[in-house]
Design a protein around this ligand. Structure first.
Ligand SMILES: NC(=O)c1ccc[n+]([C@@H]2O[C@H](COP(=O)([O-])OP(=O)(O)OC[C@H]3O[C@@H](n4cnc5c(N)ncnc54)[C@H](OP(=O)(O)O)[C@@H]3O)[C@@H](O)[C@H]2O)c1
Length: 381
């Protein structure tokens, strides 16, 4: 691509300059067209050069992605792999892990799967050692693994909060501690995928909000002491993303009604970002060494309003909480694969969340009972 973009940009620039010299004393909007064309060509050229530089910087690098067996983590692993990096991914489920590694290998990526529960400190520490051994070093570590339970406060137990903290705070903490020395040697990057849910506490997500807030502060605190260490720390704050994760979420209270609102929010095109775009932004931010990345316009706006008027956002969240389903007399609990609503409401939700369903199929998410097993996404563009 570079072969034609540089001459095209130069030719467009020359054309714009010659038009400018022959310009009438009073510029008309049409006189700006050559400049716009030259600017666009230069933009394409710069972006091509950046892509080439990115490929050069990542070729042969060793990347560990926790929770890289499905959803965003798998997409991040593919993105790093596409630029020539070797990747190690981890998850708890052996079958899913094998499928993810086969999918990555099918795309020509050097990939390793390590079965690991990051909630266990010993496993989290040995994950780093094993990844470094298999990859021959460690240049990037992405703390991405996460769990989500959706339901009213009354249905959340202490064990649920402890589980969220173990996976999303203590896991990244132990991984970061174990990886810091190696990243310091390689002058590498530590990337943490936090969430807008840790910045603005939304209703019916209590364990998640607590753990994500703690995880964000962990990443920021590490960044605060990173200067001179050789490690670049990147805190990522995604808004809603279409990763297909709604299928793996556990819904409690009135599971079908909880599934409805959650699947709708997570899957609406204007509100959520595709996993592909999110992964591209994360890899780009890692290569450029950006410290803080907020991924969707809605998340950016929410954080800005919360910074200026936290009382207002807290009030808005409590209003939303009041509108969400109340605890039924006999609360139930079901994973998203079984909580899908039937009948006409189900068809409406399904139609509105079609893009997220598609993402679930491409990104190795659990399949619904009675449907085909998930694809490893090897043929996905
Ligand atoms: N989707 C969104 O809209 C959104 C928005 C903001 C932030 N985020 C954050 O982005 C990250 C990825 O989200 P996602 O939507 O891709 O989630 P996802 O589809 O649920 O994937 C979670 C990944 O983490 C792994 N995992 C869960 N518990 C683990 C444990 N104890 N040890 C090791 N691996 C574990 C899962 O594999 P196993 O189940 O096989 O272990 C899976 O690979 C998460 O941190 C999430 O909180 C997501």
């Amino acid at each position: 691509m570079i072969r034609w973009t540089v001459p095209a940009a130069l030719a467009a620039g020359r054309w714009a300059l010659s038009r400018h010299r022959r310009r009438r004393p009073r510029a008309r909007p049409v006189d700006l067209v050559p400049w716009a064309v030259a600017g666009a060509a230069l933009g394409v050229c710069a972006s091509t050069l950046t892509e080439r530089r990115r490929a050069t910087l990542l070729r042969g690098r060793a990347v560990l992605v926790t929770g890289g067996t499905r959803g965003l983590g798998l997409r991040i692993a593919r993105e790093f792999g596409a630029y020539g990096a070797s990747v190690a991914v981890c998850g708890r489920d052996r079958e899913r892990l094998d499928r993810a590694v086969a999918g990555l290998a099918g795309r020509g990526i050097r990939a390793h799967g390590i079965q690991c529960d990051v909630a266990d400190p010993e496993q989290a520490r040995s994950l780093v050692e094993e990844a470094a051994e298999r990859l021959g070093g460690l240049d990037v570590v992405v703390n991405n693994a996460g769990v989500l339970r959706v339901g009213p406060r009354e249905t959340m137990t202490t064990a649920d909060v402890e589980e969220a903290m173990a996976v999303m705070f203590w896991g990244p903490y132990h991984v970061a501690r174990a990886a810091w020395g190696r990243l310091s040697e390689s002058r590498g990057s530590l990337v943490t995928i936090t969430s807008i849910g840790g910045q603005l506490a939304a209703p019916h997500l209590l364990p998640y909000a607590c753990a994500k807030a703690a995880q964000a502060k962990l990443s920021e605190a590490l960044a605060a002491e990173s200067l001179g260490s050789g490690v670049r720390v990147t805190t990522v704050v995604p808004g809603l993303m279409r990763t297909g994760s709604h299928r793996g979420v556990v819904f409690s209270g009135a599971p079908e009604r909880e599934y409805d609102w959650f699947a709708l929010c997570a899957g609406l095109p204007l509100l959520s970002m595709s996993a592909e775009r999110a992964a591209r932004r994360i890899v780009r931010a890692t290569v450029r060494g950006h410290g803080y990345v907020v991924l969707t316009p809605a998340a950016r706006l929410g954080m800005a309003v919360h910074g200026l008027a936290p009382g207002l956002t807290q009030r808005a969240a409590s209003l939303a909480g009041w509108l969400l389903p109340a605890v039924p007399p006999e609360p139930e609990e079901r994973p998203g694969t079984e909580a899908a609503v039937q009948g006409v409401p189900g068809q409406v939700v399904h139609a509105l969340t079609a893009l997220n369903e598609d993402a679930a199929r491409r990104l190795n998410q659990p399949s619904r009972a009675g449907t085909a097993p998930p694809g490893d996404g090897a043929r996905e563009p």
